[in-house]
Design a protein around this ligand. Structure first.
Ligand code: SF4
Length: 466
């Protein structure tokens, strides 16, 4: 938590250590819990030392994440002894039944699943009574109604819904987080406004399926600023674009599935209302593999759709994730994927070799490939995608880009690091900023600067602030 986000609390208030693991969705769960702790006057810390108890927010998605979460719980038990566990791993069953966390670490005080602020708070109250301080106000001062954020102050994740209505065969998220529940549009926009007012320069919209926003409430009409607004992606993005404009802030969309309705968002990107950047988790291109995966929009013609988007918005940057070596994937189906990445000119791509996740239905599909073949296909995929990506990055050399500064020691006199619209934090590349030539020019974290791109290096650009 940054100093700016911390609030004044009684110096002898009970102290809760907090560890947040996992994806941005888990991070927003952590933010809700920390906001509530702070609102009730608890002190929080990122270390176990001196804490009266520790909360570990876990991830249970892939085997490495499960191991990291279980190790962290073990460490917290060894160093502190009083531990509450929340998050996706908390919802997982052990082989042979019973709760996995309780089975591995029977000494934990309480275990909850993800998105369970109230249950976590109940467990905290039971084990560490609420501090009583009549002079402590009840609203945390991080970002007003938006609460405390764990990201640097100039960018923030905005979670618009929880859960997912799909049942992709490789995924267990719906069993951990439940079906889609969209937040009310009024609440989402109120939080966005508070974030911009608090200095956020980049808002990252997240969910499990951003294009499905509002499906569960049949696109109900909500209210914002005294006006009726539909609970739907198009209206949400329009409103976010309007809210961001006076602050010159960016709005970036993640986890957008390629449904036909996304076509309506592209003109907003072409006119700069929101960033021309789409994080579209495609996972594969071959229709038969997509069907076996039970992917949303698997019947859509991805290539044609992406080409139409690019025609309407030539600046569009597409990031995606893929799985190589899904059960039954033939060499032809894999070759289809490689051709797709080349033809669709995917700017940024990540790839996992398929790995069985406990409880996923894909585990019982026929045609499980040997791990060596899955890894080999992943490596071949990465070689192709890196080639595509670096050619696309090279095209930027010589251009002038708007860069959001993430780091600039000494006011940037020795340079700094930032990101352009094409780079989401944590997952994409960065723009390495050289020391400005003009003596009067300084760089400040959270400010925008224009920069001339001098070269491309791997996933990153090197640029001179102007
Ligand atoms: S869309 Fe598929 S992969 Fe994504 S959360 Fe839902 S079930 Fe999982």
């Amino acid at each position: 938590m940054s100093e700016a986000n911390a609030r004044a609390v009684a110096p002898d208030a009970p102290k809760v250590g907090f560890v947040s693991l996992g994806c941005p969705k888990a991070l927003t769960d952590s933010e809700l819990i920390l906001t509530q702790l702070s609102a009730e006057g608890y002190r929080t810390s990122k270390t176990f030392e001196g804490a009266d108890l520790v909360i570990v927010n876990t991830c249970g998605f892939i085997d490495d994440a499960v191991k990291e979460s279980l190790d962290t719980i073990g460490e917290a038990l060894a160093e502190n002894g009083r531990v509450i566990v929340t998050g996706c791993l908390g919802a997982k069953s052990a082989e042979g039944g019973g709760n996995l966390v309780r089975k591995m670490h029977p000494k934990v005080l309480a275990v909850t699943g993800p998105h369970a602020t109230q249950e976590v708070m109940d467990a905290v109250h039971l084990n560490l009574p609420k501090p009583h301080d009549p002079f402590v106000d009840l609203v945390p001062n991080g970002f007003g109604v938006a609460g405390i954020k764990l990201t640097p102050r100039h960018y923030a994740y905005l979670k618009i819904s929880e859960g997912c209505n799909h049942r992709c065969t490789f995924c267990i998220i719906p069993s951990m987080r439940g079906d889609l529940v969209s937040r009310s549009i009024g609440d989402v926009l109120t939080e966005a406004k508070a974030l911009f007012e608090g200095g956020v320069k980049e808002l990252l919209v997240i969910s499990q399926d951003t294009s499905a926003y509002g499906v569960d409430v049949k696109y109900r009409i909500g209210f914002w600023d005294g006006k009726p607004v539909k609970t739907r992606m198009l209206e949400l993005v329009q409103q976010l674009g309007d809210l961001a404009e006076p602050y010159g802030a960016w709005v970036r969309l993640h986890y957008v599935y390629p449904y036909p309705s996304v076509d309506e968002i592209i003109p907003l990107m072409a006119t700069g209302r929101v960033l021309p950047y789409l994080d579209v988790p495609l996972q594969h291109s071959h229709p038969d593999v997509l069907r076996r995966m039970k992917r949303p929009a698997s019947g859509e013609r991805h290539l044609e759709r992406i080409q139409a988007w690019r025609d309407a918005c030539p600046e569009l940057v597409i990031r995606s994730t893929f799985i190589a070596g899904f059960p039954g994937e033939t060499e032809d189906e894999f070759a289809h994927l490689l051709d797709f990445v080349r033809e669709a000119q995917i700017d940024r791509a990540g790839c996992f070799a398929y790995s069985a996740v406990d409880g996923a239905t894909a585990n019982s599909l026929p045609g499980m490939l040997p791990i060596e073949l899955r890894e080999e296909r992943r490596a071949r995929f990465m070689a192709v995608t890196e080639e595509v990506s670096s050619i696309r990055l090279q095209r930027r050399v010589g251009s002038i880009m708007q860069v959001l500064v993430d780091s600039a020691p000494g006011m940037g006199k020795k340079g700094g690091v930032g990101r352009s619209y094409a780079d989401a934090p944590e997952i994409d590349g960065v723009v390495r900023l050289l020391p400005p030539e003009k003596i009067s020019k300084t760089l400040k974290v959270g400010d925008f600067t224009k920069a001339r791109v001098l070269s491309a290096n791997g996933h990153d650009l090197v640029a001179l602030p102007i």
